[in-house]
Design a protein around this ligand. Structure first.
Ligand code: PRP
Length: 216
């Protein structure tokens, strides 16, 4: 393995916020600010490589070692259960995983509950802990539509401000867990690039603590 530390960032606003913490912690990459469609950015002097991946794919890049570290939401981690180590809570992208639907949609026990979601494993685990049988309908977006048009009884989805639910006459029925972005590391990279990974982790932690102080 080379000495370059490769970092998979989630494409989008969250990834940009994550990158800016890396930058302030001393792991910047001048090129990355260029407005282009390039996906990979190297800073040879700092020995760091960044690439932008679809948020739900970041954990795969890290698990298979194509990236040493990455930034992934707890929603993706608990859905995919990748074989990676979780190092740090970056406190970004805070939201919650919830069961939502029309009021009382969970009341009719006995029948198999139809659950629409992008997170089938999370949904199955949550309801099996309650001993409740469900049928999962896997969707890829606009999940709130499903109970409105009779595709499902409820949804398991991410709730951030709650605005999408409110504007569609739906509500949170159960909160499953709180979500934030985590720094994850490939298991082999953690062993073979241990010093670099720990240095990154320590400096990110210091930067987060500094920002928290400023906010107080
Ligand atoms: C997410 C989530 C909800 C919405 C919640 O969707 O799936 O639909 O955000 O945000 P709110 O509580 O602030 O309204 P996203 O915007 O990622 O798009 P998607 O519908 O394609 O999944």
């Amino acid at each position: 393995m080379s000495d370059i530390l490769s970092v998979a960032l989630p494409k989008g606003r969250l990834g940009e916020r994550a990158y800016s913490i890396f930058e302030r912690a001393g792991f910047g990459c001048a090129e990355i600010h260029e407005n282009s469609r390039k996906l990979i950015f190297d800073d040879e002097i700092r020995g760091i490589r960044y690439f932008w991946a679809k948020p739900s794919d970041v954990a795969s890049y890290v698990e298979y070692g194509a990236a040493d570290v990455g930034v992934a939401g707890l929603d993706v981690l608990l859905e995919q259960k990748p074989e990676v180590f979780e190092l740090l809570d970056l406190h970004l992208g805070q939201c919650a995983m919830a069961v939502a639907g029309r009021a009382r949609a969970l009341d009719s026990r006995g029948e198999t509950l139809k659950v629409a979601t992008k997170f089938p494993n999370v949904a199955l685990r949550h309801f099996s802990e309650q001993g409740r049988e469900i049928e999962v309908i896997k969707l890829h977006g606009s999940i709130e539509l499903a109970p409105l048009v009779g595709l499902s009884d409820v949804i398991v989805d991410i709730v951030e401000t709650g605005k999408t639910l409110r504007e569609n006459g739906l509500e949170v029925l159960e909160t499953i867990f709180d979500i934030s972005s985590r720094l994850i590391v490939n298991k082999a990279a953690f062993r073979f690039k241990n010093e670099r990974v720990l240095e990154l982790c320590r400096k990110l932690e210091m930067e987060l603590a500094r920002e928290e102080k400023i906010d107080d």
